[in-house]
Design a binder for this molecule. Structure first.
Ligand SMILES: [Zn+2]
Length: 220
């Protein structure tokens, strides 16, 4: 179990060592707004625990173990930011601050549900890459079809929503189109009319434009 403090610390070193060079403890102190003495103490502790390599005059680098912790926290942070900015509607700075707090406590299941809901984004709102998670397989691109490709009577489970426009995603979510829900196409109104969808107790008429954004894995 890594403390929140240590998670922040490893994530900070991860940010500072993009080019795989070692980072000086003074740079860490400046970024985390800590005294050099407390940074040195933490560095030694984390090096003893196998998260860092520390060479007295060169500085620190992450070990593979430390990198795993840092990537996990960056993944959580950036996915939370995307969710808070795109879906909740926060500004980037507020989303960042909120993500700083949530990243330590959110469960992996929630993070991956957000990942699916947002259709596996590759970068955060600032354009920084979201580190991949080894245990989560990238979905097979052919495993789901848009709701518009389904026929009358077809059933399926919503896998994700595909849309660049977050206002459309919000609208779909508010209508109940969220990943994991079971849907049944009741009737496709001809001539480009809406698609009548039964979703649990709910019956919804969805325009073709919106229906094309809802990706479904068919089931019998
Ligand atoms: Zn951020």
């Amino acid at each position: 179990m890594v403390s929140e403090n240590a998670e922040d610390y490893l994530a900070c070193i991860y940010d500072l060592t993009r080019e795989n060079e070692s980072v000086k403890t003074t740079a860490i102190a400046a970024k985390l707004e800590l005294t050099p003495a407390s940074v040195t103490e933490m560095t030694q502790k984390l090096a003893n625990e196998g998260y860092l390599n520390y060479e007295r005059y060169k500085g620190v680098t992450l070990t593979p173990k430390g990198r795993t912790v840092a990537e996990r926290i960056k993944r959580r942070h950036r996915l939370l930011e995307r969710f808070l900015v795109d879906i909740v509607g926060m500004g980037k700075e507020q989303g960042h601050q909120e993500a700083m707090r949530l990243e330590h406590n959110v469960s992996d299941g929630t993070v991956e549900a957000i990942n699916q809901l947002l259709n596996y984004p590759t970068c955060c709102p600032d354009g920084d890459p979201i580190p991949p998670c080894e245990s989560i397989a990238t979905p097979d691109p052919d495993f789901s079809v848009p709701l518009t490709d389904m026929s009358d009577g077809d059933r399926g489970k919503i896998t994700h929503l595909t849309c660049e426009d977050s206002s459309k995603i919000k609208r779909l979510i508010s209508m109940g189109f969220v990943p994991g829900r079971l849907v049944k196409v009741e009737e496709r109104i001809p001539l480009g009319g809406p698609i009548l969808v039964q979703m649990e107790e709910l019956k919804v008429a969805l325009s073709r434009d919106y229906a094309s954004k809802v990706m479904v894995r068919k089931c019998d």
